[in-house]
Design a protein around this ligand. Structure first.
Ligand SMILES: Nc1nc2c(ncn2[C@@H]2O[C@H](COP(=O)(O)OP(=O)(O)O)[C@@H](O)[C@H]2O)c(=O)[nH]1
Ligand SMILES: [Mg+2]
Length: 201
């Protein structure tokens, strides 16, 4: 799969205003600062498509990017930032769970976890939701350039313990914007799932 065109379409604050669900969606989720925007820019070969390092925890919209005029990448709001008040966090949970449970055209969710950090309760909750709603997912271990291969293996083992339904977990993908590691794996998954029927349809 080669990405030949990528454009920002819109930010969604209310699920009632989502674009029509004709096109497939590939979704990126993870805590604030995990590297979601950086990954989207990297796989699209565009420096400023998604904004890097904007105030963590404050972005509660879903960002839609149209790729090759054929499918969407969806950047879900980040979660688990310590300073976010409980009320906002509850809003996040509702928005994300409603999206995950109701959206018909989601093909794969990429759950992003920092290679260096212990997975959080919200990472686990996310994986539980995906298993409950039977949505295929892949786990991306971000900032792989910051740790050794040995530590990465340990991190994958640690993260794998959150997964109960191995048949839904497509892969564990170490990823780095600096080395490009993991980029082809992600593009291959998108290519493979693009024309598969969604679990819910
Ligand atoms: N070393 C390293 N830093 C990264 C990588 N990806 C993202 N970052 C940095 O992590 C910070 C947060 O990235 P961002 O993409 O804004 O995260 P988001 O909040 O999940 O969208 C920024 O300072 C990035 O430069 C990576 O692969 N390696
Ligand atoms: Mg971001």
């Amino acid at each position: 799969m080669k990405i030949t065109s990528a454009e920002f379409i819109e930010s969604i604050y209310d699920l009632r205003t989502l674009p029509s669900s004709v096109l497939s969606e590939f979704v990126f989720v993870g805590r604030s600062n995990v590297g979601k925007s950086s990954l989207i820019n990297k796989i699209c070969n565009k420096k400023n498509l998604a904004k890097i390092g904007s105030v963590p925890g404050k972005t509660k919209q879903l960002n839609y990017f149209l790729i090759n005029e054929k499918f969407y990448l969806v950047d879900l709001p980040g979660y688990g930032y310590a300073k976010v008040p409980e009320q906002i966090r509850a809003g996040w949970r509702k928005l994300v769970e409603d999206y995950i449970s109701e959206r018909q055209n989601v093909k794969v969710v990429f759950v992003m976890i920092d290679s260096r950090n212990e997975p959080t309760y919200l990472d686990e909750l996310m994986i539980n939701w995906l298993e409950y709603y039977e949505i295929p997912f892949a786990i991306v271990l971000t900032k792989a350039d910051k740790i050794s291969a040995n530590k990465m293996e340990k991190q994958i083992y640690r993260v794998s313990k959150l997964v109960k339904n191995d048949s839904l977990c497509i892969d564990y993908i170490p990823f780095s914007i600096f080395t490009g590691q993991g980029k082809n794996e992600i593009l291959n998954i998108i290519e493979e799932y693009l024309n598969k029927p969604s679990q819910k349809s």
